[in-house]
Unconditional design. Structure first.
Lengths: 277, 479
């Protein structure tokens, strides 16, 4: 068992953070990598990014949005209890270097959990980092202080204007691009947001990194379920990614494949909610 | 055919009259709806009758045909004699997994094809595989495990990477020599393809679990959720963890795709994904388990090997209305075991030979609705003498399907080999290892099974595991 040593709820419990004892994984983890976790005997394999790693304590932290049966089950695990399985670190780490120019880190929703360690690594590598974070409402904004601490410049946007700029992060990004030379954009969030961001940066010729989250099973390149089309070629996101060049990703294909089990998943979640009512 | 006396008292002449004892099987109409094993196993009497068909050759061809050289006439005669304890020991002497081999070995091209009894026209060879299954099942039912007295600990430590048949064999053999063995497995359950690939109806998973328990009884530790090359590297195993040797048996788990248009439509799977969902994740029990699977009403399977048959028969059990195997060559050229094709046909699977898939067709929402195939015919033989399929003009066949499963083989997964220095690969990405000993180009590292052979068989993986264990043991003695 992999014990949960700390647990936190955000956005009225819609987003949950678990700090888990997994020294072996913590020792090896690098920004951009993920783990696959299974709640119990009957559980499915769920990929989640490591939002924080404490090598001394030997813990990893995952932050997830409660969207379906498995994440709902995860959110019910209490401190002192644990997960049946946690495997990792998986995926290729982010390629971090000192850039010749500013790096924009843009993201929204729970994806800030994925974006935070990458932003931190860019910042610590000595880059000028402009961070643009978005959320539906002020309540849904996570990791605000943590993100601010690793940014040279920090912008908040909300869809309803309850905090910061009223509108999309990409509007702010356009303003930043107009003012200074941007060496790279790291965009992590819902697929439509990454798609839109990549199309903007392509126009400006700015290299862009996105992190893809197709449905996965093994996470080791064995099943091919996580395949995505990059520059017309088939790649496995779990080993070749999850980060790819945003200008080469077939986002529409990814959106389609993410819906493959919608019907089945809703059925599973409904059953689970009925049982727990 | 019945005799008054016990089988062991039959004369040679009487023995020769015994007809082939057919393996009892569950009826197709019943088994189509469940995942229970199709073969039901011989009774003791049936086993003795079948074993008595062996004429005890002095220079047995069957033994030469078995990749691990099981003393077949000896274990068969011990069954006839009713000395089952000795019989299972004879089998264990050469294979660690007889219950598995008896079920899944391609006997018809190994030990049985050369059996002299089968040389006579119209007479079937001795059913060696079925008898191996019988004796192994008897041992399991009696709670007998293959764990001889272990010599005192040598103090040497070996890490085995991968828990498939190759890894299981190496681990067992080395533990029996008094070494401390730890298996590192990437998935959350051990067993390799025996667990995640070969379906329950062909190899019940409690058989695999029993064998793994027997390993644990020998003191072997099995650690799951350990992706070597990610969680730990081979060099770390050798240097930080202090292992004296490492065996790599990671299989050939990288699915090949057809690289034709439409392959990313929803409803197109690799056989690995489909079978992993069904077997390892038990998706057939969804929503009682959390992993979903697309059941498929009309299913197309691309390819015609063992893996294709397993996928097809799994689809039947998940409730498909029609299951169609599409293969670009002919029935005779199919690499599958005949018994698998036979079982698939009995279960209502259709076969389309000389059809080569060229495009998957989807609807507006990106769901698969069909696969378009080029009609083929056999052309000139290639260097290997095998006739190559060639297109017949632009004749096409369209096959309706909402689920397509690509079963055209697997290649070496580069996850581990990419990050391990000093491990030389061949041009297909398989690890280069000495064919006799399994020694790789890297110091203290051996390899075997599908990662060295490409996709092969259970018994070959085991055989290589055994050779590697011998070589590792010899190496450890010199230290
Ligand atoms: C590399 C990677 C990293 C991820 N990191 C995070 C993270 O840090 N925080 C976070 O909240 N989410 C993350 N996700 C997404 C997360 O895995 C899914 O939200 C989760 O699997 C949903 O499971 P569920 O049963 O609760 O919901 P479901 O009802 O099963 O599904 C809800 C949605 O999640 C998607 N999904 C379902 N199963 C999977 C799966 N096995 N793999 C990927 N997506 C799936 C589906 O598209 C579906 O629309 C990541 C995904 C990947 C591939
Ligand atoms: C569906 C199917 C049906 C088959 N039917 C037959 C049949 O009827 N008869 C027959 O003889 N053969 C059959 N085969 C082939 C046979 O199963 C294989 O040849 C055999 O299992 C190979 O054994 P192995 O030990 O080399 O590897 P595998 O059985 O592939 O086991 C390798 C193990 O290593 C693990 N692993 C991989 N990478 C890592 C890593 N980096 N770190 C840790 N662990 C790792 C894997 O998860 C796996 O558990 C079939 C194969 C399939 C897929
Ligand atoms: S291991 Fe395979 S080849 Fe050898 S005797 Fe058994 S069934 Fe035949
Ligand atoms: S070849 Fe056939 S008859 Fe001869 S020993 Fe082997 S099984 Fe018996
Ligand atoms: S998750 Fe199976 S290959 Fe990537």
């Amino acid at each position: 068992m992999y014990e949960v040593v700390a647990r936190e709820e955000m956005a009225d419990g819609e987003i949950v953070s678990n700090e888990i004892l997994a020294p072996q994984i913590a020792k090896k983890a690098k920004p951009g990598q993920f783990v696959i976790m299974i709640a119990n005997e009957r559980g499915e394999r769920v990929p989640l990014t490591m939002a924080k790693v404490d090598k001394e304590k030997g813990t990893i932290t995952v932050i997830y949005m409660v969207v379906g049966k498995s994440t709902r089950l995860f959110s019910s695990i209490k401190v002192g209890e644990g997960f049946r399985d946690v495997v990792g670190p998986l995926g290729s780490p982010t390629h971090i270097e000192k850039k010749d120019g500013t790096v924009i880190c843009i993201g929204g929703g729970t994806a800030l959990a994925v974006l935070h360690p990458i932003t931190k690594a860019y910042f610590e590598a000595g880059n000028r980092v402009i961070t643009i974070v978005g959320a539906r409402t002020a309540k849904h904004l996570i990791l605000e202080d943590e993100m601010r601490a690793v940014s040279t410049e920090f912008h908040i946007c909300t869809d309803d204007g309850s905090k910061g700029y009223h509108g999309f992060g990409t509007d702010v990004m356009e303003q930043v691009i107009a003012k200074e030379k941007i060496a790279e954009v790291v965009a992590i969030g819902p697929v439509p947001m990454m798609k839109y961001t990549s199309s903007l940066t392509k126009k400006h010729g700015i290299p862009t990194v996105v992190s893809l989250n197709p449905i996965m099973i093994d996470g080791t390149g064995m099943c091919g379920g996580c395949r995505v089309t990059i520059d017309g070629k088939t790649k496995f996101a779990c080993v070749d990614g999850p980060e790819f060049d945003g200008h080469q990703v077939d986002f529409d294909g990814l959106i389609r494949r993410l819906q493959a089990y919608n019907l089945e998943e809703r059925c599973s979640d409904n059953e689970y909610c009925k049982l727990n009512d | 055919m019945e005799f008054e006396k016990e089988v062991k008292y039959l004369t040679k002449k009487e023995r020769r009259k015994i007809p082939l004892q057919h393996m009892p099987e569950m009826a197709p109409e019943i088994r189509k709806d469940c995942f229970d094993e199709v073969t039901l196993g011989y009774s003791l009497h049936e086993a003795q009758m079948e074993a008595a068909r062996c004429i005890q050759c002095k220079d047995p061809a069957c033994v030469a045909g078995c990749p691990v050289g099981i003393n077949i006439p000896k274990f068969l005669e011990e069954i006839v004699e009713g000395d089952l304890d000795s019989s299972i020991d004879t089998v264990w002497d050469k294979t660690a997994l007889p219950a598995v081999c008896g079920r899944v070995c391609p006997q018809e091209i190994q030990c049985e094809i050369v059996c002299v009894v089968g040389k006579k026209k119209g007479v079937e060879p001795v059913a060696i595989g079925n008898l191996e299954m019988f004796i192994a099942d008897w041992a399991r039912a009696s709670g007998i495990k293959n764990n001889p007295a272990i010599p005192p600990s040598t103090g040497k430590k070996i890490a085995v990477v991968g828990s498939g048949p190759a890894g299981i064999t190496v681990a067992g053999d080395l533990a029996k020599k008094g070494h401390k063995v730890t298996i590192y497995e990437a998935l959350h359950r051990a067993g390799g393809v025996l667990l995640y690939g070969i379906p329950e109806f062909r190899l019940a998973k409690d058989i695999v679990d029993y064998e793994l328990d027997a390993l644990r009884d020998l003191g072997v530790e099995i650690k799951c959720n350990q992706v070597i090359g990610r969680t730990i590297d081979i060099d770390e195993l050798l240097e930080e963890y202090g292992y004296d040797a490492v065996f790599v048996g990671v299989g050939a788990g990288l699915p090949n795709f057809l690289n034709i248009p439409g392959e990313d439509l929803n409803g197109v799977f690799s056989a690995n994904e489909y079978l992993t969902r069904a077997n390892l994740m038990k998706a057939f029990d969804f929503p009682n388990v959390d992993t979903p699977i697309i059941a498929g009403r009309k299913v197309a399977i691309l390819g015609a090997g063992n893996v294709a048959m397993d996928a097809a028969r799994t689809a039947v059990r998940l409730g498909a209305k029609s299951v169609n195997i599409v293969y670009r060559r002919t029935r005779a050229q199919s690499p599958s075991r005949h018994i698998e094709i036979h079982h698939a046909e009995e279960e209502g699977v259709n076969f389309h030979f000389l059809r080569s898939p060229i495009e998957f067709i989807g609807d507006a929402s990106g769901r698969l609705v069909g696969v378009s195939c080029q009609v083929m015919e056999l052309g000139e033989p290639d260097e290997g003498g095998r006739q190559r399929p060639i297109p017949v003009g632009d004749e096409h066949q369209y096959i309706d399907c909402d689920l397509a499963i690509i079963a055209i083989g697997t290649s070496a997964n580069p996850l581990l080999t990419n990050v391990t220095e000093g491990l030389e690969l061949n041009r297909w990405g398989n690890i280069q290892a000495d064919p006799k000993t399994g020694k790789t180009t890297k110091d203290k590292v051996w390899a075997g099974g599908d990662i060295t052979l490409g996709q092969a068989t259970v018994i070959l993986a085991m055989g290589m595991g055994r050779d590697a264990a011998t070589s590792i043991d010899e190496y450890l003695k010199t230290k």
